[in-house]
Design a protein around this ligand. Structure first.
Ligand code: HQG
Length: 171
């Protein structure tokens, strides 16, 4: 039940709020009452979904009247992401079948706003294994990207985000 709500909420808050008649402002916030009504759930359940979420995908605002996704959006949104100095290496989990294309064209954000990177290999494996086929874990020379002037951000829930990774930074 919690996982179902979490999946639906991810879909709404990151991709298609309109499908559920929910309005999201330019910072990604949706009104909590609006969400409770449209999903037909109570505040207690929503609290649990936010608190128990394995990746801390959602945040409430200070007075808990609004909720948003911490990353992963496909529509334009201003999350006030923090620009950071990244670790030397970050990881990206993908599929073997994509590697040739990635090494040719670079790692792009596809339908989302950012390319998603992680600090640890385990997370990259989890991301990769969401899809079928053989996994591939790419090592990204993140500090070198940063030194070359590429912006890298860290989301509220610890996901490293950037617009594009040129293949010269991929090991
Ligand atoms: C690939 C989940 C061919 C890219 C995860 C990826 C993550 C290319 C796919 C978050 C390419 C895009 C994001 C190129 C990129 N040629 N393939 N040039 N450039 N790709 O879902 O990183 O659980 O948009 O490697 O945990 O898989 O939902 O990105 O395989 O953090 O919270 O194109 O989604 O978060 O797929 O996943 P996605 P992703 P949640």
């Amino acid at each position: 039940m919690i996982i179902n709500t979490s999946k639906t909420l991810s879909y709404i808050l990151r991709h298609r709020p309109d499908k559920f008649n929910i309005k999201v402002d330019k910072y990604g916030w949706a009104n909590v009452d609006n969400v409770l009504n449209e999903l037909n759930i109570d505040l207690e359940h929503l609290n649990e979904v936010v608190k128990e979420n394995d990746k801390k995908r959602f945040s409430f605002n200070e007075d808990k009247t609004m909720i948003r996704a911490n990353q992963g959006h496909s529509f334009k949104v201003d999350l006030g992401l923090k620009k950071i100095v990244p670790p030397f290496i970050l990881y990206h989990g993908t599929k073997k079948d994509h590697v040739d294309s990635i090494m040719k064209k670079g790692l792009s954000s596809m339908t989302r706003n950012h390319v998603h990177l992680s600090e640890d290999i385990d997370t990259a494996h989890i991301v990769a294994s969401r899809r079928k086929g053989e996994d591939a874990i790419l090592e990204i020379k993140a500090r070198e990207m940063y030194s070359d002037g590429v912006d890298i951000f860290l989301s509220e829930n610890g996901v490293y985000l950037t617009k594009f990774v040129d293949s010269k930074y991929i090991k």
